[in-house]
Write a protein that binds this ligand. Structure first.
Ligand code: SAH
Length: 469
């Protein structure tokens, strides 16, 4: 059985660093059930593909065991185990891609944290439950799904379709997420496991499902199938999953994530959103973007004003997209309201045609989450390709950090911040961007102003310069 993963991230050969597998070498791993091979059929800067090939030794598997069940000897030897993707593949991924699945990369740590264009191809998957099931499992995770079915035997069309499909999933994802999604969902599709499933399998599932499983619309089915339909285990796993997303916990988590502790007493977050909302409103914008929308607080405020006719929120975090949809109650809105708003999954570091044709874009507390190396890509995506008439962009003012008593000197306000700029650093960056892409820029402090250090948040307003004909 075989799994191929491709990327068009540039340079695509970084895939080798993410997987800790050198593109120039064929690598072989001994597994308890056969052998695993890793190789790169293609490794160029603009496109790179890695293949994990598993050779299952069916004879080795049954050697030393008594005659099997109903099928007897024959079924022990003649089955789909070596050919169609199943739990053997997941086990091999856990062994061979262990560090990538854990999100670790020695040489490219930032890239491991970055969503990049990825696709995974499985030429043969046992899709028990049909093609519809495959879609129901992968599409809610934000993948584009391509399927190719086959008839069981071309000579006997009356036998119907084979329970196997060729599957390709494509999305902008962190490699870690793609791998863990496949790790969990392949055996779920197969609806079988080659080993005994016990209590520790729950921990494995919850660990690999962290951040996505509790929000998946098919979580009951996933948990039940993953645990081989053992009711006791399934019940326990589901109750632990529900505990993970209890409302109090969620509210706390959200507050902590959106508002770093140091800023909480100021409800600075609220002020920032109000400031951005007021400025957008004053431009007369009708079509607005909220880029890096997080859990959708600004989207909610935008929805409340009739001036805004088309609203599009985007975030790279699948979880945030789901939270925003939940906050906005998207699936319960009356048609007229529903048609005004969309929340989509995507990354600001890749050109995206969905972002074209807007009057204004809010980018609130997002750039400091981007890798400095990806900032140039972001600038082009927003100011060159999406090119809204106005951009409202906020980021922390690093100078103000000295006034947060609980923040040690030199530290950032939030664990995920990649940088925090002083006022002059921000203004230099913004002026350069404005100049390069034909915008005018002005600056405004947001929050209480300290005479020496400025305000906690800085906002830049970019306005597209009309080019005279
Ligand atoms: N604007 C929101 C959220 C700010 S937190 C608010 O003010 O409440 C930063 C957000 O940026 C997170 O939701 C994070 O997932 C998102 N983000 C980080 N990198 C991104 C990228 N490359 N593309 C899109 N969103 C990104």
């Amino acid at each position: 059985m075989l799994l191929a993963i491709s990327t068009t991230h540039n340079p695509a050969t970084d895939l080798g660093y993410l997987l800790h597998k050198n593109p120039a070498r064929l690598q072989t791993e001994d597994l308890s059930f056969g052998k695993g091979y890793v190789f790169y059929p293609e490794s160029k800067p603009d496109h790179c593909t890695v293949v994990l090939l598993i050779e299952v030794d069916p004879v080795g598997l049954v050697r030393g065991r008594g005659p099997g069940g109903e099928g007897g000897q024959l079924e022990q030897y003649v089955n789909d185990r070596p050919y169609a993707a199943n739990s053997f593949l997941s086990v091999a991924m856990g062994r061979i891609f262990a560090s990538a699945m854990g999100g670790r990369s020695k040489d490219r740590p930032e890239l491991a944290e970055t969503a990049i264009p990825l696709s995974a191809h499985l030429p043969m998957v046992a899709a028990r439950g049909g093609q519809d099931m495959v879609r129901r499992l992968f599409e809610p995770l934000g993948y584009q799904v391509e399927l190719e079915g086959a008839v069981l035997d071309e000579q006997f069309p009356e036998w119907g379709d084979a329970p196997y499909v060729a599957l390709t999933i494509t999305g902008v994802k962190r490699l870690q997420d793609l791998l863990t999604h496949l790790y969990v969902l392949i055996p779920v599709l197969d609806n079988e496991k080659h080993y005994w499933v016990g209590q520790d399998e729950i921990d494995k599932l919850l660990k690999r499902g962290e951040g996505w499983l509790s929000l998946h619309p098919e979580k009951d089915l996933i948990v039940s199938r993953y645990l081989k339909r053992q009711q006791g285990l399934t019940r326990e796993a589901l109750s632990r999953l529900v505990a993970e997303e209890s409302p109090e916990l969620e509210a706390e988590e959200e507050a902590a994530a959106a508002e770093p502790r140091t800023e909480r007493e100021l409800t600075l977050h609220q002020r920032r959103l109000e400031a951005v909302l007021t400025t957008i409103r004053n431009t007369g914008a009708k079509r607005v973007l909220d880029l890096g929308c997080g859990s959708g607080k600004l989207l909610k405020l935008l929805m409340e004003e009739r001036q805004f006719e088309t609203i599009l929120g985007m975030d790279v975090s699948w979880r945030s997209v789901e939270e925003a949809k939940e906050r906005l109650k998207l699936d319960r809105l009356p048609e007229r309201q529903r048609s005004r708003i969309e929340v989509v999954h995507g990354s600001l570091t890749y050109r995206d045609t969905r972002l074209s044709g807007f009057d204004a874009a809010a980018v609130v507390e997002v750039i400091e989450h981007l890798d400095p190396a990806r900032l140039a890509a972001f600038e082009r995506v927003l100011f060159e390709f999406a090119r809204p008439s106005h951009v409202f962009l906020t980021t922390p003012n690093a100078e103000y950090n000295a006034l947060f008593p609980s923040l040690p000197a030199g530290e950032f306000r939030h664990g995920d911040h990649r940088f925090e700029w002083t006022r002059s650093e921000f203004q230099t960056w913004a002026a350069r961007v404005a100049d390069r892409f034909a915008y005018e820029v002005s600056f405004e402090p947001v929050g209480p102003i300290d005479e020496a250090l400025g305000a906690p948040t800085q906002m830049a307003t970019f306005r597209q310069v009309e080019v005279a004909a």
